[in-house]
Design a protein around this ligand. Structure first.
Ligand SMILES: Cc1cc2nc3c(=O)[nH]c(=O)nc-3n(C[C@H](O)[C@H](O)[C@H](O)COP(=O)(O)OP(=O)(O)OC[C@H]3O[C@@H](n4cnc5c(N)ncnc54)[C@H](O)[C@@H]3O)c2cc1C
Length: 403
């Protein structure tokens, strides 16, 4: 049946990152109803965990915070957090969606963020979800905890329980938008990157959290191994990306966030030597290129064109040896660094290819999406600006029925 553009619809948006949030707000603003389903504890996706934001260098989360709040306060948007979509049944008109609500140890509806559980926990398992969470609540991961139950005793609102069970719910929607974002792929199979062999070899997401102003180090740049100040940091680009053994595609955002991370290291501690080992610098567009030019123009960060062939901890563990080729100078180098940040191992969370089956379900790698609209990183590796643009387009296509 041909759907009319002015027909009010109910839309399922899978994923509450910047793309899902933007799509949901656009749909609600045009009079449609939305089920926004997010498997995590809160909306925001990866951006909620970022430190600073390129190209503006502002706090990454602050602008998103307002949008999260608008979603939660909108009468047209039903926000389902801690919820994952299990299956979609395509019907003659729309979809029946099976969702499972997970059972957190701390009920976010009851938690008042008083911190008594954290003080009582002998294993340090009870902690605030993250600094930015709105409303702020605590998280206790049952799997990592003993069975003392001190937290249950001290909780004044009875928010903590270890025997809650997952709950299935069913939703109906006319349309589906996939905004399930990205995830890191383990670099362990590519042994030459040395990931997992030394605490000071981190992925870019790990480093983003480690150096965050809102994180445990309050913005200080420290080694993970002994919490001393590193003398040198190497950023390795295309680690796992543009590599037929892991991810054939370019992850698109990594050149920019490596430049961002190196610039923030320098701002916070100019004495740290920063080197970016890149294949080709993908800083597309005027603003982004200007951002990169700061480094070419003597910002104290050295850009070396080349690829590493081996990253390995030095005997005794104090430092990391890196063997690489400088393809502009035509030399082979071996150098010691205090920290190595690996960039590139990002892939879409869900397969977004249209499936012919009328009842798509989870396959081995994630979802096989039905013939629906997608946006954000799940559709194409994309930064925040690009994800928001795609979300606007996805909402419009859903509203008009024109793909
Ligand atoms: C280290 C690093 C630094 C970055 N820095 C910047 C920067 O400074 N500026 C910039 O513009 N971009 C930056 N980016 C890119 C930015 O993170 C992405 O552009 C952005 O997160 C994409 O948003 P998204 O909504 O598509 O995906 P995500 O942020 O990944 O959100 C997707 C959401 O979907 C949820 N989800 C997944 N599957 C399901 C499911 N089955 N059911 C329910 N929910 C599900 C996830 O839990 C997640 O919350 C950076 C990326 C990295 C890795």
């Amino acid at each position: 049946m041909q759907k009319k553009a002015d027909q009010k619809k109910t839309v399922l948006v899978v994923g509450g990152g910047v793309a899902g949030i933007s799509a949901a707000l656009d749909l609600a603003g045009n009079g449609h109803r939305v089920h926004l389903v997010e498997r995590g504890h809160d909306l925001g996706g990866q951006v909620a965990r970022l430190d600073k934001f390129y190209p503006t260098d502002h706090c990454a989360f602050c602008p998103l915070w307002t949008e999260i709040r608008r979603c939660k306060e909108s009468e047209a948007i039903a926000v389902h957090t801690l919820a994952r979509v299990e299956s979609l049944e395509m019907r003659e008109q729309g979809y029946r969606i099976a969702v499972v609500k997970s059972a957190p140890v701390v009920d976010p509806e009851l938690c008042i963020n008083c911190g008594r559980c954290e003080a009582a926990c002998p294993k340090g398992v009870a902690r605030p979800i993250w600094e930015h969470a709105y409303p702020p609540v605590y998280l206790i991961e049952g799997a990592h905890c003993g069975d003392c139950r001190s937290c249950v005793e001290v909780c004044p609102t009875k928010a903590i329980a270890f025997d809650r069970e997952e709950r299935p719910i069913e939703l109906d929607a006319d349309e589906v938008i996939w905004a399930a974002g990205f995830e890191e792929v383990s670099l362990e199979p590519l042994k030459e990157y040395g990931w997992g062999t030394h605490p000071d070899i981190l992925t870019s997401l790990e480093f983003e959290a480690w150096k965050a102003e809102a994180g445990e180090n309050r913005g200080k740049i420290l080694r993970r191994s002994d919490r001393s100040v590193p003398r040198s940091i190497l950023f390795v680009q295309c680690a796992g990306a543009r590599d037929l053994r892991l991810l054939p595609h370019c992850s698109a955002v990594c050149c920019m966030h490596a430049l961002k991370q190196a610039q923030w290291v320098k701002r916070r501690n100019p004495s740290i030597d920063c080197v970016i080992l890149y294949t080709d610098l993908r800083a597309v567009g005027r603003d982004y290129y200007e951002y990169a030019l700061r480094d070419f123009n003597g910002n104290g960060i050295r850009l070396v064109r080349g690829r590493s062939s081996l990253i390995t901890p030095l005997p005794g563990g104090d430092g990391i040896a890196v063997k690489y080729e400088d393809t502009l100078a035509g030399t082979r180098e071996i150098r010691r660094f205090d920290m190595v940040i690996l960039n590139g191992n990002l892939r879409p969370s869900l397969a977004s290819k249209p499936a012919p089956a009328s009842r798509p379900e989870l396959d081995g790698e994630g979802f096989v999406a039905p013939a629906s609209v997608s946006c954000g990183f799940v559709m194409e590796p994309a930064d925040v600006t690009e994800s928001a643009i795609q979300a606007a387009s996805a909402a419009l296509r859903t509203i008009t029925g024109k793909n």
